[in-house]
Design a protein around this ligand. Sequence first.
Ligand code: NAP
Length: 259
Amino acid sequence: MDLGLKDKVIIVTGGAKGIGEAIAKLVAAEGGITVIAGRNAADNEKTVAAIQSSGGRAFAIQAELGQVADCRKVIDTTVQQFGTIHALVNNAGVNDGVGLENGDPEKFMASLQKNLSHYYNLAHYALPYLKANKGNIVNIGSKVATTGQGNTSGYAASKGAINALTREWAVELLPYSVRVNTVIPAEVWTPLYETWINSLPNPKEKLAAIVSKIPLEQRMTTSEEIAAMTVFLLSAQSSHTTGQIVYVDGGYTHLDRSI
Ligand code: NAP
């Protein structure tokens, strides 16, 4: 199947690590030009070098996406470098544990800034180019928007809003044939996941308990499995799919976990 991604300029936020890294690598393996936007220049360059050493094309932009000016910089630099943008993968986020009881109003707003605002800001600034190309947006959400997790109000609110914006943007952008979809992971072993599980009491036991409840094969989803769905949704092969929230989670969110 030809995904039609050859020479397409695709921004992947948080593309240096974890799920974003897998997406960045798969986009490049399909012939696309991956633009990695993330806060740590050394991490970005490491992934760019790995892609280039496998014969792919990639470019890095250092950006703290919680800053509006950095979101603008990501779009402007990409256009200066490559002339256009075909697609945006909004992926960067952090499960930062700002709860109802343990948080406060400032921390809650800061969590929205880290997890939600840049999804809007980048889509807003990229829109003229996406319209010109009949391009598309793929957001990475979280099962937390559906299931809750406890002690993570800012992250949960952000991920819930991302699901809502997927439908909202899909409708607003129908006249331009710009598609918008979201991929939902549940349990994927990444640097973020490792930090989160280690923040809990008895992390080893907790991890074993979680994995035992994943219906399909009692194993975690891989970053590559999230990337495969993301790249399919980016591609011309999903040309009539928009406004969809796709769970790539081994059935964790919706199947009966008592089986
Ligand atoms: P990760 O391992 O922490 O990788 C995320 C990358 O994005 C890191 O390079 C990180 O930089 C960067 N980043 C995060 N926030 C940023 C910001 N504000 N500005 C610039 N760069 C930023 O995370 P992941 O597990 O791959 O998660 C990716 C996405 O999947 C997130 O949206 C997350 O909510 C979602 N998700 C993951 C899971 C899971 O099981 N892993 C489950 C559900 C949803 P630093 O390393 O410097 O922080």
